[in-house]
Design a protein around this ligand. Structure first.
Ligand code: IPD
Ligand code: CA
Length: 278
């Protein structure tokens, strides 16, 4: 078995500083943001010079912290060549929100070894909220411990939906999800920044989140933060192996099984798209 060679607590402190630095950069660039320099990667999937600069800065800082680790990043800076450790980085989650000067948007950084995610840090820039957790530890918002809500009634559940860019593959499923939950749950919301939204469940603000066709950089940090706060994340079939899966259902745990029952029956409406690139 591989030996734990790194001091996770120490490393997490350093990663928190990196996330805050990148978040400060995003906030300050927003003041003079040039919409003319936004590019389209795929239909309605955008990237700007700010995403790219934020990623270059984060990758340089993380490389200094742990030179032996590889990288899987949304905008392709750095590379993963089978190293024991790997950083998963979204330098700006909520790019469309950012472009439209809408909240929330955040920086998401996770570190995994060959077996599991070891630490996760999400910095939500608009509310100046730093969420973080390490394997076997507690989950925090700034310096306060956070926990999922104990809401167990579907009728009370406040649920976040994610609409991935791959509309053709997701449309029928999304419509069915809205049809079955709208009017039967505490509320449905679309916020536009998956990493922050997972943290909102961890902090007890929401009970669940449903999306598919999403990248590991969007969810790795939020996943460990949610788990250490008492929550649960699976695919729509209930498998916990969902980090690289195309389906991601996160919850406070208490409403999980009941919502899963409904998702399982709707699952065959998902398109046949390939799994997300890693
Ligand atoms: C997106 C956001 C959005 C989610 C998309 C993601 P990006 O990430 O998290 O909420 O619905 O699936 O791709 O492009 O803003 O980094
Ligand atoms: Ca992004």
């Amino acid at each position: 078995m591989a030996q734990q060679k790194i001091d996770l607590e120490h490393l997490t402190e350093a990663v928190k500083a990196v996330a805050r630095e990148a978040g400060g950069f995003l906030r300050s660039e927003r003041k003079s943001f040039d919409r003319g320099r936004v590019e389209q990667k795929a239909a309605h999937d955008y990237v700007s010079y700010v995403d790219k600069a934020s990623e270059r800065m984060i990758v340089a800082r993380l490389h200094d912290l742990l030179p032996e680790a590889g990288f899987i990043t949304e905008e392709g800076t750095g590379a993963f060549g089978g190293e024991e450790y790997c950083w998963l980085v979204d330098p700006l989650d909520g790019t469309s929100n950012y472009i439209h000067d809408n909240a929330p948007y955040c920086v998401s950084i996770a570190l995994r070894d060959r077996k599991e995610v070891l630490l996760g840090v999400v910095y939500e820039c608009c509310r100046d909220e730093l969420f973080w957790a390490c394997k076997d530890g507690k989950a925090y918002l700034n310096d306060e411990e956070i926990h999922v809500s104990r809401v167990s009634e579907l009728d009370q559940a406040f649920i976040e939906l994610g609409f991935p860019y791959r509309a053709e593959d997701y449309r029928e499923f999304a419509l069915q999800v809205v049809r079955s939950f709208y009017g039967h749950v505490g509320g449905l919301r679309l916020m536009g920044a998956a990493a922050a939204e997972l943290c909102y469940i961890a902090a007890g603000r929401f009970e669940a989140r449903i999306e598919a066709f999403i990248g590991p950089w969007d969810i790795a940090a939020g996943h460990i933060i949610l788990r250490q706060a008492g929550g649960r994340m699976t695919d729509f079939g209930g498998s916990p192996e969902c980090l690289d899966a195309r389906e991601v259902f996160a919850s406070n745990g208490y409403v999980h099984d009941e919502i899963l029952r409904q998702l399982r029956t709707q699952r065959d409406l998902l398109g046949e798209g390939q799994e997300m690139d890693k």
